[in-house]
Design a protein around this ligand. Structure first.
Ligand SMILES: [Fe+2]
Ligand SMILES: [Fe+2]
Length: 324
């Protein structure tokens, strides 16, 4: 039996990020949108954006024996909106990853989230992806775009959702950087194609990616489609709560929301394609503290066992919220 833990969306806040205070409202000049943003933060998403640091320690203390620990991205708060190219956000990611790497050593594999690479502010349109963030993620932070673990009949493949879903991120990407991002995407797809090609017919596949926006892109790749029936699970983060996951499923096929800012357009575009998630057996790992309206968060536990009669995987969410 192999025990794999998944922690995602910690959104750790360094002192330098915390000192920015109400950083997001300041990017919105329209008072109506500022009001909307406040309601969204206070009642749906997360009132205290900087209040999740303790979950990192709590996860480490409750992890117990694990064969592998996967970090599925979003280690900082991205209060500069350019990912870890921003020094205060880099300090957050270093603090969070430093704790995880110290606790789990070589058993820890860190993947990247969209906020680690940079993301435009919700209504203000500030910031976006930065190649400097990519360089810091893959360099000093030791994060990976790809990993593969072969464990008995299972093949675990980690991939980068931002690169796979890059066409969706065009508005986040500075025009002068797009060519380089696209070259990174092509290289990443080559790596994934080679990995998929070497998966045997009897092997079972488990995918790890941060943002499900990438899934419809995967669904359209022939060498992924040919292996769909072997995919037992696709483990994602990014949505922070099963409530958002359920909403995503309910809203699949919804029309695009125009005129409410870049994020609303991007989210509604992603939801239009959410029907294509089904054959991927998507399993969400929530943020450790959940969201304001649904505080059930935690971390994922994936147990792999060798079994001829079933897929041999057991996945559950372990709470980090209840005890203090
Ligand atoms: Fe996140
Ligand atoms: Fe994310």
């Amino acid at each position: 039996m192999i025990r794999i833990l998944i922690i995602t969306d910690v959104h750790y806040a360094s002192e330098a990020e915390r000192s920015r205070g109400d950083y997001e409202s300041r990017t919105v000049s329209n008072p109506w949108l500022r009001f909307l943003l406040k309601q969204y933060r206070n009642f749906l998403w997360r009132r205290d954006t900087f209040g999740s640091n303790h979950y990192c320690d709590r996860f480490i203390s409750r992890a117990g024996d694990a064969d592998w620990v996967i970090g599925n991205g979003d280690y900082c708060c991205d209060s500069g909106f350019i990912g870890v190219a921003d020094d205060p956000s880099m300090s957050s990611a270093q603090a969070c990853l430093g704790k995880l790497q110290h606790a789990f050593g070589d058993k820890f594999i860190g993947m990247m989230g969209d906020h680690d690479l940079g993301k435009k502010s919700m209504f203000g349109g500030f910031g976006g992806m930065r190649l400097k963030s990519w360089e810091r993620c893959t360099g000093r932070l030791g994060l990976k775009a790809f990993f593969r673990l072969d464990i008995e009949q299972h093949v675990l493949i980690g991939m980068n959702s931002t690169l796979i879903g890059l066409p969706e991120f065009v508005p986040d990407c500075p025009p002068e950087e797009y060519e380089t991002w696209n070259a990174l995407r092509e290289k990443h797809l080559d790596t994934l194609r080679d990995a998929f090609a070497s998966i045997g017919r009897k092997q079972r596949i488990i995918l790890f990616l941060h943002d499900p926006t990438a899934i419809p892109y995967l669904a359209n790749i022939p060498w992924v489609r040919s292996k769909l029936c072997q995919i037992d699970a696709t483990i994602i983060g990014h949505l922070h709560s099963p409530l958002i996951m359920q909403m995503s499923r309910l809203l699949a096929g919804m029309p695009k929301i125009q005129g409410m800012g870049h994020t609303a357009l991007k989210m509604s575009t992603a939801l239009q394609k959410a029907r294509e998630w089904k054959p991927f057996n998507v399993k969400l790992v929530p943020a450790p503290g959940g969201i304001e309206v649904w505080k059930k968060g935690g971390f994922g536990e994936l147990i792999l066992s060798s079994s001829d009669t079933s897929s041999g995987i057991h996945f559950q969410i372990k709470s980090l919220v209840s005890a203090r």
